[in-house]
Every structure is written in C-alpha cells, then in structure tokens.
Design a protein around this ligand. Structure first.
Ligand code: HEM
Length: 437
C-alpha cells in the first residue's frame, strides 16, 4: 500500500510549494518540467503524499482508483477542454468533443460496428507486409529513420487501404493530423497561430473528405465501387433512418477521426515502446525471441508492458464541471474545484501499487484492465482493435530484424516537435558498422 505521511523535505512537493509560495508561475514551471522529464519519481511521490494535487492552473490526479473514477464520470469530468478545438477544426461536434449526448452514444456505437474486431487479422497482415517492405528497403543502408519510414508510414498506408482514407499524399495527411492534434492536446496556452493552423488543416481535410464521399458514391451508383472492404465503404453503404440525423456531414466527421485518432498516437507509442525494449538487453532479447514465435500474443505482451514504462500519452485532460471530491473517505480526500482543468495521469495510475502488482517489475502476465493506453470509460478508444494490431505487428516485424539497435546521440536521439511528437528516431539495422546511412 502507498505510505501516508509527510512528503520528503527535499522532495518534489516541497520544492514545488516553496517555489509556488514565491511565485505561482515559477511553481507551475517546475511542475511542467518534471511532468515531462521526471514523471516517474514525481508521480511516485504524489501517489504517496498528495494523490490529488490542486494547483492554480490545473489539478493532477495520480492514483489508479481516482484516475478511473474521473474518466468514468463524464458528466462531472467532461471533455470540455477538447470541445472548441476539435469542433473548430472539424466544423461540428464529434464523439470526443461531447459527453453523454445522443451524438456521442450513437456515433461511437456506429464506429464500433464499422471497425469490426473481425478485421484484426487482415489489418495485422497488412501492417506486417507494409512494415517488412519498408524494413527490406532500409536494410541495405544499415539504418532506418523509424518515425518517417515505419511508424508514420505504416499507419498512413493502413489509413489508405483499410480505412479507405488515402488523402492526397502522405505529407498532406501527416500535416493535417499533426496540426489538429497539436492544437487539441499540446496547445494548453491557446497559441492563436497553432489554433489557426489546425482550423486551416481541418477545413482542407473536410473538403477532401466531402469530395471523396461524392466520388465513392458516384462509383457505387455506377457499380464501380469495390465491395465494402474498407471502413469508408462500409460507412457509405450504411443507411440509418433519417430521424437519427446521420447525414453526409456526420459521415465525413467520423471518417476524419480515423486519421486523427490514429496517426500521432500510434507513431508516438511505437517510438516510446521500442525505445524501452531496446534500452534493456534482457527485454530486447526476450522480445526478439517472442517476435519469431508464430503466436503473436507472446510478443504483444512485451509491447503493452514496455509502453507502460514510457507511455506516449501520460495525461488525459478533462474539465471539472462541478465541484467534486476525489479520494473520498481516505486521508487524501480532496475537493476538485468547479471549472478547473484536471489531468488524469494514466502513466501514474499504471504504476500504482494499490492496483498493479509489482509495478516496478517488467511482467508479461498483467491483466488487461490495469493498462490504460487506450483510455478508460465512455471516451475509451474506439479504434483500439485496429490500433493495437498495427502497433504490435509493426514492432514485431522490427524486432525480428537482426542487429536492430539504438544508436548513440546525436544520430540516435529522438527528435520531437514541441517536445511532444517524435519526428526522427534513427535505429541501426544489420551488423554494426556494416554500412552507413
Ligand atoms: C494506435 C494507437 C492508439 C492509441 C494509443 C489511442 C489512444 C486513445 C486514447 C487514450 C483515447 C482516450 C482519449 C480521452 O479519453 O480523452 C482515445 C480515444 C479515441 N480514439 Fe484512439 N488510440 C489509438 C488508435 C486509434 C485509432 C486507430 C482510431 C480510429 C480508428 C482511434 C480513434 C479514437 C477516437 C474517435 C477516440 C474518441 C472516443 C470517444 O470520444 O468516445 N484511435 N484513443
């Protein structure tokens, strides 16, 4: 169980409080830096001594029980932080911008039908084939720039071939996704330039999708649209009763989420988990052995455990609509103020020893429910099945490659956009020193 008592006098809390007493902004600056670079020890101290930390700018929630309570109570902890950003980009509401509404209920259900779990073997094969082609092309160079050549390349091809959303070209698709997701998740300060870039990207993307819908519909009418192999084709053939309001605009908004939910999360997660696996000789050897096993489940457990040690998405943002007591009935009972921004620290919850057995140990036998990589509660990821298939199969094909290794910085350093989104991660392939890039 977590110890309860005074925080260490030289710990994070003491340093935060001393800085915040002099200047609240300085305290917040310190916290922001630790959340980025020292999250594991920071969260360990918060779970033990201040599991719900209220600051003037946001509240951080760190224990598993409180994080899952928050993410389950969608009428108290709402997605209001995403609403204006997503809706400005898409031109209308979407399931992740609305809580407990008919749109959210109906369209999440519909997209769960469209993203059939039965598709997973096909998606996995597709992702594996594209990954192997990219790895074969890179192998003679003895290097692969894994973000561009693999971790973004494969999801974009899956988006084209399985979702039926190819976009004009990979570069434009990448730009649309990055611009919108940056504003939604990495623009807390509300930089107007980032907002404007997201709105522009969203408008271009929606215009593209409306034209795609018209083309596919015309092809269907003339008998030329192929059978409904892709998700867009399934949506196109779905006729809901008119009173449910699922018109063309609703269709293209949902199609947009196929790119927006996928690309940054998948690519970021693959960078983080591969870094974790390759960073430990023992885990790397075990994962490489499992990658050769015909049963993919043996490998997949390494993926989710490695990602638990360094999740790409560490915090999920909500707005507290009305005052709410978290950790009720415990010595850490805390009132979260109405109107405050609340960060559910999923990265911390997955290390909570009150919920996760031996959290500091790399174990392959964990039950699924302790992993929060795809969120939790009413907004849990609708694309979890195909998303998991792609992340697991791409990294499995990568781990099968002989001589796969991290490279020392600067060449092997992960280069990020805004300190968040990985843009470059060069890995070695083949025998060291065989051939340079
Ligand atoms: C591959 C890795 C993926 C990861 C790690 C991931 C992660 C997540 C997480 C953590 C959430 C919860 C967000 C929140 O509660 O604020 C979420 C929601 C969502 N994801 Fe994913 N996702 C992935 C793939 C996908 C894919 C492939 C799609 C689309 C096909 C998708 C579409 C969505 C949508 C639409 C939501 C919002 C659901 C709702 O509001 O009910 N994601 N995802």
């Amino acid at each position: 169980m977590n110890p309860i008592g005074q925080p260490p006098p030289d710990g994070y809390l003491a340093r935060y409080e001393a800085a915040a007493a002099r200047d609240p902004m300085a305290g917040l600056g310190l916290l922001a830096g630790w959340l980025r670079a020292e999250w594991r020890p920071l969260f360990a101290e918060l779970r033990a001594h201040r599991p719900v930390l209220v600051t003037p700018a946001f509240t951080v929630v760190t224990r598993f029980a409180d994080v899952t309570e928050m993410l389950s109570r969608e009428q108290i902890f709402t997605v209001g932080a995403y609403t204006p950003r997503l809706e400005a980009a898409l031109g209308g509401p979407v399931m992740l911008s609305r809580d407990a509404t008919a749109i959210n209920w109906r369209e999440k259900g519909l997209m769960q039908v469209m993203l059939a779990p039965e598709d997973v073997p096909r998606v996995r094969d597709l992702a594996g084939k594209i990954a192997d082609e990219a790895l074969d092309a890179a192998a003679p160079r003895g290097r692969i720039e894994a973000v561009g050549e693999l971790f973004r390349h494969v999801p974009l091809r899956v988006c084209a071939e399985y979702f039926g959303f190819p976009g004009p070209d990979a570069r434009t698709m990448s730009r649309w996704s990055r611009a919108v997701i940056t504003d939604v998740t990495a623009n807390l300060a509300g930089d107007p330039a980032l907002r404007a870039a997201s709105v522009r990207a969203g408008e271009e993307m929606m215009a593209y999708l409306r034209a795609l819908l018209a083309d596919r519909r015309a092809a269907l009418a003339s008998g030329q649209d192929p059978p409904p192999q892709d998700v867009f084709g399934r949506l196109l053939r779905t006729a809901l009763p008119a009173e449910l309001g699922f018109d063309d605009e609703r269709l293209v908004i949902n199609a947009a989420t196929l790119l927006l939910g996928f690309l940054e999360n998948a690519a970021g997660s693959m960078v983080h988990l591969v870094g974790q696996i390759l960073g430990s000789p023992r885990v790397r050897a075990e994962a490489a052995a499992a990658a050769g096993d015909p049963d993919p489940d043996r490998f997949d457990a390494h993926v989710w455990e490695a990602l638990r040690f360094d999740p790409f998405l560490k915090l999920i943002a909500r707005v507290c609509e009305r005052e709410h007591v978290l950790a009720a009935g415990t010595p850490h009972e805390t009132t979260v103020p109405a109107g405050s921004l609340v960060l559910a620290a999923v990265a911390s919850a997955m290390f909570d020893e009150g919920a996760v057995t031996e959290p500091a140990t790399f174990r392959l036998d964990r039950p699924d429910h302790v992993r929060l990589h795809f969120g939790h509660g009413p907004h849990a990821c609708v694309g979890a099945h195909p998303g998991a298939a792609v992340v697991c199969e791409v990294t499995r094909r990568l781990l099968r490659r002989p001589g796969l290794r991290l490279l020392p910085p600067p060449e092997g350093a992960v280069v990020r956009d805004r300190d968040v989104f990985p843009d470059r991660f060069v890995l070695g392939l083949g025998a060291p020193g065989e051939k340079g890039m």
